[in-house]
Design a protein around this ligand. Structure first.
Ligand SMILES: [Zn+2]
Length: 303
């Protein structure tokens, strides 16, 4: 973690529905400066998505010193393998080796949420912390866990708190039921609200707006989801004892009053033994993966 990102780093953030690339430079003040972000819709079948990642990586590698690529799903950071992506459908794709065959600059490939965590530690809300969890609550829920200054990876399986079983029998994409992600993610909140509401909404932020208008159904769905999310965060905090939990993703956009403050009081009520971690909003909402990809690429200078 000691290496500074190189002066110009190509960065690629592969998402379930879109793929993005850019160039990151570190300014004279040591702060990250992201160039223009180019976005493409992701291919809908696995072979096409793999080829699209390779092609985008090739373009992103032009005129830079190193390349970082972040992937969704289960990713083995050590080998740069995309182990599994539910949305893109691939299994066991050796992305780092495949990208390295095509580009001239050193390449690192890793997990989008862990990379975001690295970005928050280097430049953002987790700066200076050696025990911290960066939790992304969006379509799914996952955490980048750092304990004693070391990221927990475990072949890419550590930190998948979205699949903690918290309540009920709501089916989850993983095949289980009652997973945190099924009941407390942005997608879970929309699904639960639309199951009971007269007029369906598209996003969790619409539910948040209805909570601000004091609509009873929205308020009940929202607060039940925050109860469950707090259960999950409390379980996580009990295991790894972070000094702070940094929250990003779609739900965090609901802000201090509807999201961070109610979570803070719930966590305090749940944690009696473990110190209550500080809850903070992520700095890099929307760009954490891209900026984190540059942190990954900085590892190539250490070898
Ligand atoms: Zn699950």
């Amino acid at each position: 973690m000691s290496a500074e990102p190189r002066r110009r780093t190509g960065v690629v953030d592969v998402g379930g529905t879109t793929m993005r690339r850019s160039v990151l430079e570190v300014g004279p003040d040591g702060e990250p400066v992201l160039g223009e972000v180019v976005t493409e819709p992701a291919a809908v079948e696995p072979a096409g998505a793999v080829e699209q990642v390779l092609a985008m990586a090739e373009v992103a590698s032009r005129g830079v010193d190193a390349l970082g690529v972040v992937l969704p799903g289960i990713v083995d950071d050590a080998s740069g393998t995309g182990t599994w992506s539910e949305n893109l459908g691939w299994r066991d794709v050796p992305f780092r080796a495949l990208v390295q065959e095509r580009v001239r600059v050193p390449v690192e490939v890793g997990h989008d949420v862990r990379a975001w965590g690295a970005a928050e530690r280097r430049w953002g809300a987790a700066r200076g912390l050696s025990d911290v969890a960066v939790v992304v609550v969006g379509t799914g829920i996952a955490a980048a866990l750092v304990v004693d200054g070391r990221p927990l990876v475990a072949h890419g399986l550590a930190g998948e708190i979205g699949h903690l079983r918290v309540a009920g029998d709501e089916p989850c994409a993983c095949g289980g039921t009652g997973c945190l992600e099924a009941v407390a993610s942005a997608a879970g909140i929309v699904r639960q609200y639309n199951a009971v509401a007269d007029a369906p909404v598209r996003g969790a932020i619409d539910v948040a707006d209805a909570v601000r208008r004091r609509e009873p159904l929205a308020t009940e769905v929202w607060h039940t989801a925050l109860d469950r999310l707090s259960d999950g965060l409390a379980a996580m905090a009990t295991v790894v004892a972070p000094e702070a939990i940094v929250l990003g993703g779609g739900l965090a956009r609901a802000g201090e009053d509807l999201f961070l403050a109610p979570l803070r009081s719930r966590l305090a009520a749940r944690l009696r033994y473990t110190p209550v971690p500080d809850l903070r909003a992520a700095r890099f909402a929307g760009t954490g993966g891209l900026i984190g990809a540059a942190c990954l690429a900085a590892r190539t200078t250490e070898e």
